[in-house]
Design a protein around this ligand. Structure first.
Ligand SMILES: Cc1ncc(COP(=O)(O)O)c(C=O)c1O
Length: 480
């Protein structure tokens, strides 16, 4: 074959530009507070600045990186800003970013143990570490009947839990014959919408989703759950699945997992516990009580990509009976057969989630845990909770404001007493300022401001300044 020009980036160029990108990220983190937290881009702004056709001739890397600054950055909402207090965070850290880079560099696809043994074994090992770090019962570890797996998201984890529950409840028949339309799923009115989506995708049918009332603290009421289960049985339906939440998205409410769990055991329902953000708090022994009752759970998930300094995506999903999950999701076409799988001595994670292919996500989690150590993780999580608890006191000390829900950990829900329109304006003005970003929810039909402290680099000075901004903006609005 005649020698032809290669279009690949050479190792030398990769070294040079790789360093430039790492420098770019380091500069970004150093200067992140100078950007407006919420992007001010107009709809269509980025697309209007991009050529309509892709380049025929490759371009210099310098030109591409320059466009990141001029075109991409204005369209970025800075999730990694220490002044990001919106939603639940998707936080990251430098060790996680380096782990992600290495994962991309290795570029392995770990669908089977054989396609990269280290990818599978590191995942199993790190998830066993994680189970110990957040105080999960031993049944969720790989040396028991259960085990953990990294999923893309808490939504994916909920879907897998729903599918395994559906199969278990139908003697593993619904995969073959389809869903009967008689299986019932229970959530609270505060459960994350991903469970409702999962109910639709898994074929339960949204008519079979029961939304159970919550109490004054926005936690699921086990007494209402019990009576709904009875009603459904009386109607000839098959109660199948309950999702309890440790740290709801709206207000961080913590469902009474133990009470719900006992009921699920008595009634033979699958209990999934969604601790997407708040599970991280259990790294600290003083907050581990949030996991009381997990001995009754069939599955559990939390997202290190929310509050454990591990960049998106990384959800840790644990099941008490891995056989139920594997039996639900396993398919083995000829082209995937191999000796290691046949030996039964290895885990093939392809059977533990929806996609076949899988990235080497445990690498970044391993980097984070090894870099910070349990001690370092506790130090920063603890600080976030302390900052939130101080914020609670500041809200209580200003008679114009009131708390809208208990703040058990790092999310504070509050409002100005002047009503919904005022609070809405307050949030708009604060976000327009670019100095911070926060979002809202509805609780008891009132517009509530959410203030979540979980960004990796948020310190006391950021929270103090945010509260000063909130008070000052409220002053200005009161006068206008
Ligand atoms: C309690 C809870 N569960 C599930 C999710 C969905 O998370 P993911 O984006 O990982 O699917 C969220 C997202 O914020 C959440 O707050």
């Amino acid at each position: 074959m005649s020698e032809k020009k290669s279009f690949h980036m050479s190792p030398e160029e990769f070294r040079k530009y790789g360093r430039a990108v790492v420098d770019w990220i380091a500069d970004y983190y150093e200067n992140i507070e100078s950007f407006p937290v919420l992007s001010r881009a107009e709809p269509g702004q980025l697309r209007a600045s991009l050529p309509s056709q892709p380049p025929v001739h490759g371009e210099a890397f310098e030109a591409i990186l320059k466009d990141v600054n001029t075109l991409i950055l204005p369209g970025i909402t800075h999730w990694q800003s220490p002044n990001f207090f919106a939603f639940f965070p998707a936080n990251a850290s430098c060790p996680a970013i380096l782990g992600e880079l290495l994962s991309a560099g290795l570029g392995v696809q770990g669908m089977l143990w054989a396609t990269s043994p280290a990818c599978t074994e590191l995942e199993t090992h790190v998830l066993d570490w994680m189970a110990d770090m957040i105080g999960l019962p031993g049944k969720f570890k790989s040396d028991s009947a259960g085990g953990g797996v990294i999923q893309d998201s808490a939504s994916g984890a909920a879907l897998c839990a729903l599918l395994a529950a559906r199969e278990r409840a139908t003697g593993y028949e619904s995969n073959r014959v389809g869903c009967t339309g008689r299986l019932v799923v229970y959530t609270s009115s505060q459960t994350h919408s991903s469970v409702e989506k999962g109910v639709k995708v898994a074929g339960f049918g949204s008519d079979n989703l029961r939304v159970i009332e919550v109490d004054e603290k926005f936690a699921l009421r086990p007494d209402v759950l019990a009576s709904q289960i009875r009603k459904d049985r009386d109607a000839g339906l098959i109660p199948c699945f309950v999702c309890a939440t440790v740290g709801t998205t709206s207000s961080n409410a913590i469902d009474p997992v133990a009470e719900i769990g006992r009921l699920c055991k008595q009634e033979g329902l699958w209990l999934h516990v969604d601790a997407a953000m708040s599970g991280t708090a259990a790294i600290c022994p003083e907050y581990r009580h949030i996991h009381e009752g997990l001995e009754f759970a069939d599955s559990y998930c939390f997202n290190p990509h929310k509050w454990m300094f591990t960049n998106f995506d990384c959800d840790c999903f644990f099941v008490a009976d891995r056989a139920a999950l594997i039996k639900t999701l396993s398919i083995l076409p000829e082209y995937l057969k191999n000796k290691a799988t046949e030996s039964g001595a290895v885990i093939d994670y392809r059977d533990w989630h929806i996609p076949l292919g899988r990235r080497f996500r445990s690498l970044k989690l391993w980097f984070v845990i090894r870099h910070y150590g349990v001690e370092g993780l506790r130090r920063h999580v603890r600080q976030h909770v302390e900052l939130a608890q101080n914020f609670v006191k500041w809200v209580q000390a200003d008679e114009r404001f009131e708390l809208a829900a208990p703040a058990p950990l790092n999310l504070v829900c509050f409002r100005h007493k002047a009503g919904d329109a005022f609070n809405q304006k307050l949030v708009e003005k604060l976000n327009q300022s670019g100095k911070l970003y926060l979002t809202h929810t509805l609780l008891k039909n009132q517009y509530i401001i959410r203030f979540c402290i979980a960004q990796t680099y948020t310190e006391e000075r950021h929270v103090r300044e945010a509260w000063r901004q909130i008070q000052e903006t409220a002053d200005a609005l009161e006068k206008s």
